[in-house]
Design a protein around this ligand. Structure first.
Ligand code: ADP
Ligand code: MG
Length: 266
């Protein structure tokens, strides 16, 4: 057997046992390229190690994305800022850099249904995951249900610790489903624990004045929660009509005008 073939097999085995899949995948192509382009040994070694580093970074990001449990992947590059009222592209670009997460600040996205709140919250979460931050996405109603279940199973402490590991907790759709008093208190405790320690994104269809409805009419608890959430927060208020409805409206307008043109030309 050719010496190179033996060496190649040994590299494959070693790459596997050293847990260097990127190097294992790339080194043969790199070796060929090195030969053709007369790289030095140092250049070849550098390229091979760089391939391993890239592969590790990619798999860390994939892992962060999976553990975030986004219901649907939405990114900033598919967000149409010209169709979004109340949202400044520059402000979102600044948030996408993620410094606020390191500083345990919050983001509150409030506005009517269909105005891009979940899209933006997810996209900010995706950016954070790409920076290899731990993110956890949940709907408010699901979170409260899980909190109640954890409490009943006497596992509330463990559940809190697990959520606390996420540098960014995204709580979507606060306001759709009101909580009973216990549910509201459990959510309050969780969010109060994150205050000035970990970041939260909340999306809601309700203006702040109506949050009390979600928390079983408990004024004191709602005020205390809003106080903590909004203290170090960027509040973004989306406006206007639902994006999907508008899309539908513009495409049927186009169809209509297309029809008219067709009639005119006859
Ligand atoms: P909300 O959470 O405010 O109810 P979503 O973020 O779920 O609204 O938006 C509804 C749908 O419209 C989603 O599919 C979302 O991707 C899309 N959408 C909303 N606003 C925009 C926008 N400005 N650009 C691109 N897609 C948008
Ligand atoms: Mg939504």
């Amino acid at each position: 057997m050719n010496r190179n073939v033996v060496a190649a097999d040994l590299v494959r085995v070693l790459a596997r046992s050293l847990k260097m899949p990127g190097l294992g995948r790339c080194y043969e192509t790199l070796a060929r390229q090195a030969l053709e382009e007369h790289w030095s040994y140092e250049e070849f070694l550098h390229e091979a190690l760089a391939a391993e580093q890239t592969s590790r970074q990619d798999s860390a990001i994939r892992h962060r994305m999976r553990e975030a449990r986004f219901p649907e992947i939405k990114t900033l590059d598919t967000f149409d800022f010209s169709a979004a009222e109340g949202i400044a592209a520059a402000q979102i670009a600044e948030l996408a850099r993620g410094d606020w997460i390191g500083n345990a600040r919050n983001v509150i996205l409030a506005g009517p249904i269909g105005t891009g709140k979940t899209h933006l919250a997810t996209a900010l979460g995706v950016e954070a995951a790409r920076q290899r931050r731990r993110v956890h996405f949940t709907r408010a109603a699901d979170l409260v249900r899980s909190l109640l279940e954890a409490r009943d199973a006497r596992e509330l402490g463990r559940f809190h610790r697990r959520l606390q590991r996420a540098e960014l907790l995204i709580v979507d759709e606060l306001g759709f489903v009101p909580f009973d008093r216990t549910g509201g208190e459990l959510l309050f405790n969780l969010l109060a624990e994150r205050y000035e320690r970990r970041s939260v994104v909340v999306t809601t269809n309700l203006p702040f004045a109506e949050w009390v409805k979600v928390f079983a009419g408990d004024e004191k608890l709602t005020t205390a929660l809003l106080d903590r959430l909004a203290h170090h927060a960027t509040v973004i208020t989306t406006k206007g009509k639902s994006y999907r409805m508008r899309k539908k409206a513009t495409s049927s307008d186009k169809e209509k005008s297309g029809l008219q043109e067709a009639t005119h030309s006859e």
